[in-house]
Design a protein around this ligand. Structure first.
Ligand code: FE2
Length: 286
């Protein structure tokens, strides 16, 4: 067994697990190098998409909606001027890369399916784990944006809720450079909102429950300061987020979100993969 009884108790009680040194530092370096190579190949196609978790300005353009089945790049708000032209190079101005590199790029594929991840997910009770989505989160020095407090099941919904996030620190993450903050036990609360495709095109938030989420800065959210190679496992209902990175040090992370194939994945989810079947840890396509 990879997880101890205490780990499983904590998972039950807190809704997250911090597993230091779960992946080797070399693998983190290799992933960041591969990310840089893909950034360098980025072809500016004039379809610049900003990623922000602020509900009022969430930018749901075609690029975002199709990125469930591609490798696309999303800018930091501060990297583009008022006309949408870059004022920073992508190498320091991208917010993230997403969302299917775990299936489309061999280096990301290998990282996402390495041991002991299959055992970890199985011990957490997933019967048919499917790797739904991945993100390389750059959180660049000085410009890395805030991720407001949210529940992952809002964005990746199954009935019942099964989404689990594996968040890997590719670099040390501290309060100073924008580490994760999470609410211990907050996964026992209800799902507050759904982010879904709207009938008339685009996307919308639908309120499900009025219980407020603790905002960043609230005492309920505790910092998860972790070292490179740590995996933070996040329950899909756990409120979490991160502050902007105003430090001089980047805080790269890679996350993979898994769902259980035993649950229903509705067609209203923003992320759809019509031409790219979901895969588990083996090569079988579902
Ligand atoms: Fe999240």
């Amino acid at each position: 067994m990879l997880l101890t009884d205490l780990d499983l108790e904590r998972w039950e009680q807190d809704g997250f697990l911090v597993l230091p040194d779960l992946v080797p530092a070399d693998a983190c370096d290799e992933l960041m190098t591969r990310g840089s190579e893909l950034v360098a190949r980025y072809d500016d196609d004039d379809e610049r998409s900003v990623f922000t978790t602020d509900q009022q300005d969430r930018h749901s353009d075609d690029k975002f909606l199709r990125s469930g089945a591609t490798i696309d790049f999303f800018w930091e708000t501060e990297a583009l001027d008022a006309d949408g032209n870059p004022v920073l190079d992508g190498a320091v101005g991208f917010n993230k890369m997403g969302h299917a590199q775990h299936d489309l790029d061999p280096v990301f594929d290998r990282f996402s399916r390495q041991d002991p991840l299959p055992a970890l997910v199985s011990e957490l009770g997933m019967t048919d784990p499917l790797l739904l989505q991945s993100m390389l989160i750059f959180k660049h020095a000085g410009v890395g944006g805030e991720v407001i407090s949210h529940q992952d099941a809002t964005f990746l919904y199954t009935d019942p809720v099964t989404v689990v996030g594996l968040w890997f620190a590719l670099e040390d993450a501290t309060v100073e450079n924008g580490c994760l903050f999470a609410q211990p036990g907050g996964h026992k609360g209800p799902l507050r909102q759904l982010f879904r495709r709207a009938d008339g095109g685009g996307t919308e938030f639908v309120d499900l429950d009025p219980t407020p989420l603790p905002e960043l800065g609230a005492a309920e959210l505790v910092p998860l300061e972790v070292t490179k190679g740590t995996c933070v496992v996040l329950h899909g209902l756990l409120p979490h987020g991160s502050h902007p990175n105003r430090s001089g040090r980047s805080r790269q992370a890679y996350s993979v979100h898994l769902i259980d194939g035993a649950a229903d994945y509705p067609a209203f989810n923003w992320l759809q993969r019509p031409n790219l079947p979901l895969r588990g840890f083996d090569n079988a396509r579902r």
